[in-house]
Structures are given as C-alpha cells and as structure tokens.
Design a protein around this ligand. Structure first.
Ligand code: NAG
Ligand code: NAG
Length: 460
C-alpha cells in the first residue's frame, strides 16, 4: 500500500513521509529505551523493597523468595484449620484423576499421555490448596487433565457466604458470623472428588496484611501432612510425585520427557528430588524453589516416613531441625528433611545447554533476564557461570511456569501451548501482559515444535 501511494503523490510528499517514518522510528526507539530503563529501575526497586521487608507489594515482577529464611513466598497454598473436627466425618476418598475416569476418549493433549514408553512414569500432581472453585475448575480444564492423578489438599474450613479468594487475598463479609464453615456442613456434592480435606492444627485465616485479610502462611504443615497422606493412601498410583503450586502452569508430559527421554531415571529404585534449584545460600542444603518440586516414588516413600516420625508442634524459632513448626518455609524445611532424613540432595532440572526446565517467574520475564546487567541476585547466585540467559534461558520442553494468579492467564497458556496453531494468531491476555511479545512468541513456537503438539492435535 505504501508503494502504491508513493507513485501517486509528489516526491516532496514522499520525502516528507519518509521523514515522518524516520521520526516515528526514532520516537519508538526512545520509547523502548525508556521502557527498558524503567523496567531495570523497577527491578532494582523491587529488590530494594524486598530487602526492606515490605513483601506484599503488587509489583510482582520477581522475587517472592526474596529471603526465604524469614519469608515464605506469598502463596495460596498455605493454610490450616483450627480443627473443629467433626467426630463422624469421613475424609474424601483417594481419587484417580477425572482425566482417567472419564474414559480413554480423552486423548492427549486432552488427557495424560498413553504412550507405552511412559507407563512407568505416571505423574501424580499434588496441589496444596485453599478451597476455591474457580481455580479448581481452571486447573482441571487446563494442565490438570494431563496428570495421571491429581488431588487438591485443602483446609477443612472453607469460605462461606460472600467470602472470596483473589490470589491469596481474602474478601469476607466481616459482619457474617459464619464467614467460614467446616466442609462437612456444605451440601453433598459441593466439592469435587479430588479435593482432600486435611486436618490442620493452624488456621489459614485470621492473618492480615496492611489491615486486609490474607491467607496465613502455614504451608509447611499443609505440605508434610499432605505427603504423609499420599504416602499412606496413594503410593501405588504413580511413579513421579510433584507438588504443584496453584498459580503454576504445569506440563506433566514434559516432566515425563525429562525423566524418561532425557535422564532415563528409575523411580522405584532411585532417589530423585528436582526442579528449579536455588543455591543462593551456601552452607544450607540446596533447595527446589516455587512452581513445582518433584520426586521419585522411592523418595516419596522415604520422606513420608520421615514426616510421620519427625517431632511435631515446636513453637519456638527455627532451630535447623527437620520438624513441624509454625511459619516454616516449605522449601527450606523440605530440603532439610530430605538431607537429614534420607541424605537426598536437590537436583537442578536443566538440559545439556543448562537451560532451565522450571521457570520460577512468568516465562516472558525469564526471557528478558540479563545476568550481566542484573548481577548475582538470588536467581543467578551460584548458578554455573556459563548458564545461558535471555532468549536461551529456558528449556524447550518446559516443566512449569510460575506465578499466574489469574485464570485468564492459565487458560491463555494452555491455548498457546496445546491449542491448534491457528490460535497462535489470536491476541490474548498474554500479549497484553508480556513485555516482549516477539521474543515470547518465538519461544512459544520453539516449545510447540519440540513438543510436536500439532501432530498430536491432528490425531485427536
Ligand atoms: C480428619 O480427622 C477425622 C476425624 O478424626 C478423620 O475421620 C479423617 O479421616 C481425617 N482426615 C484426613 C484427611 O486425615
Ligand atoms: C545485557 O546487559 C549487558 C550489560 O548491561 C549489555 O551490554 C548487553 O547488551 C545486554 N544484552 C541484551 C541482549 O540486552
């Protein structure tokens, strides 16, 4: 169109247009430079803010693990119930995923992979949860349907009436005397079968941040209790057991790829504990951060025993023991218990080129992290010096992306990676959200190609 109009107007006007275009370009470049500068500044400020201990800010570009010793990352997966346990209450039965029960019709990518090759690599997705119907539905309609088994481990006390959870913020009608109710007081059929209510000793509500109700951070009790339950009831249902945060987009099929095609591990006979490895605190057992943490069945069985037998109810401060206590960080406690109980160390999920399989922050952020420019903050600290960055940050068979607290984002990712190729053309929440969508798009296409997703879709 530009060419046609040049032939029909005078040369002067064409030059004028060229100048305008050049000006517009220059302006655009300036804009980009300013934007990059600002985001660098924002990054710096965010870290500063974290350091100063003001964690609740919504700036969110990174760093909910700012300093995991004092502060667990804000998570919904927290929680507890001051156990008004009804004596005759029956726990929800162990559940095999709807993906399985609702028939073989649900072929991959609408269900778990059925390949013979992965028959000893069944994936158990364990989601620590505070009951929230909307998140449950979103997960089950997206990545959850690709787990061989998926269960949500939830506090027995449930929001009632006008109460609502938005991420880990709670809105409740404080005038209402029954803002929370025990799950057994809800009508039969209120909760899906794969929600397992845990008897916790510490309540998930009653905490505040800046005067607003917020989910309390008691994730450690939720975690160890849930794993004991899985060890007692579900050990034979799967081969790889993963804790997956509710604000994560998980790829069970890529986990299978990693353990089978890439590592060729033996879940029944080898200990493995893996995910995004953080090694920023030397002298402490290395730990797996955020998003997801997976282990083999052998490790699952061993750790359930460690958790069953460890001391419970310590109320004092941290004393570097594998034990139950309030306000403990889940990641640190897990790595400590694995180390002292089983002598198991965390293994980084990285490929040959040292690209990460698990993204602790939204992937469009990882694609923009420049180590040279940022320096050695916790994400980079003690990583191999030659670890790749920017566009090369991330494995092309990713296992998980972390920190998506809106259902539209989770659904958008599902579409991008598992939907028909035609949907890649569509604008989505992710476009609006991502800072560098051409880079982001290029990565998405690489992943789709590596996963061979178009071929699977055409078979379905
Ligand atoms: C919670 O406690 C009740 C009463 O003791 C028990 O029946 C139920 O099985 C427990 N739930 C879990 C998940 O352990
Ligand atoms: C990364 O940061 C370094 C140091 O600021 C800079 O020289 C380099 O151009 C940056 N790379 C990219 C791709 O932005």
């Amino acid at each position: 169109m530009a060419r046609r109009s040049i032939s029909s107007v005078g040369l002067g006007r064409a030059n004028q247009r060229k100048r305008n275009v050049a000006l517009a370009r220059a302006f655009f470049v300036v804009l980009v430079v300013v934007a990059v500068g600002l985001s660098g500044l924002a990054l710096h400020l965010t870290r500063q803010i974290k350091r100063e201990g003001d964690q609740g800010r919504n700036t969110a570009r990174i760093l909910s693990f700012g300093d995991p010793v004092q502060k667990a990352p804000p998570k919904l997966s927290v929680a507890i119930d001051q156990a008004q346990i009804k004596p005759n209450e029956v726990a929800s039965p162990a559940i095999v995923s709807p993906a399985k029960s609702s028939a073989a019709a649900r072929k991959y990518p609408n269900g778990p992979k059925q390949d013979e090759k992965y028959k000893h690599d069944r994936v158990y997705c364990m989601v620590p949860f505070v009951w929230n119907a909307e998140y449950h539905k979103t997960i089950m309609e997206t990545w959850g349907k690709r787990c061989d088994v998926i269960n949500f481990f939830t506090d027995s006390q449930v929001l009632h009436g006008n109460g609502r959870l938005d991420g880990d913020k709670i809105t409740v009608n404080t005038d209402s005397p029954d803002a929370y109710k025990h799950y057994s007081e809800f009508p039969a059929g209120t909760f899906p079968d794969n929600v397992i209510f845990m008897n916790m000793t510490r309540p998930w509500f009653g905490c505040e941040e800046k005067g607003k109700p917020k989910v309390c951070r008691h994730i450690w009790e939720k975690m160890w209790r849930s794993w004991v339950y899985v060890g007692d009831h579900h050990l034979d249902q799967a081969d790889w057991f993963c804790k997956v945060d509710y604000d994560t987009f998980f790829f069970p099929d890529n986990l299978q790829y990693y353990v089978r095609d890439y590592k060729n591990w033996d879940s029944a006979n080898e200990h493995h504990y893996f995910g995004a490895l953080l090694a920023h605190k030397p002298g402490r057992p290395s730990m797996i951060a955020g998003a997801n943490a997976c282990w083999s069945r052998k490790t699952m069985e061993g750790i359930a025993k460690v958790y069953r037998e460890m001391p419970k109810g310590h109320t004092g401060p941290e004393r570097h023991k594998c034990e139950d206590r309030p306000k403990a960080s889940e990641e640190i406690s897990t790595s400590l218990c694995l180390k002292v109980g089983l002598n198991v160390e965390a293994e980084p999920a990285r490929d040959d080129a040292l690209r990460e399989y698990v993204m602790v922050d939204p992937y469009h952020n990882h694609l923009n992290w420049n180590r040279t420019e940022q320096g050695e903050w916790w994400f980079w600290a003690n990583k191999p010096k030659d670890a790749p960055m920017l566009e090369e940050c991330c494995a092309v068979r990713p296992m998980a992306f972390h920190k998506y607290k809106q259902k539209e984002l989770i659904m958008g990712i599902d579409e991008r990676f598992y939907g028909p190729a035609s949907l890649m053309e569509k604008r989505s929440h992710l476009d609006k959200w991502a800072r560098a969508s051409d880079k982001t798009r290029a990565y998405e296409l690489k992943v789709r190609a590596a996963m061979n997703i178009d071929q699977y879709i055409n078979q379905t």
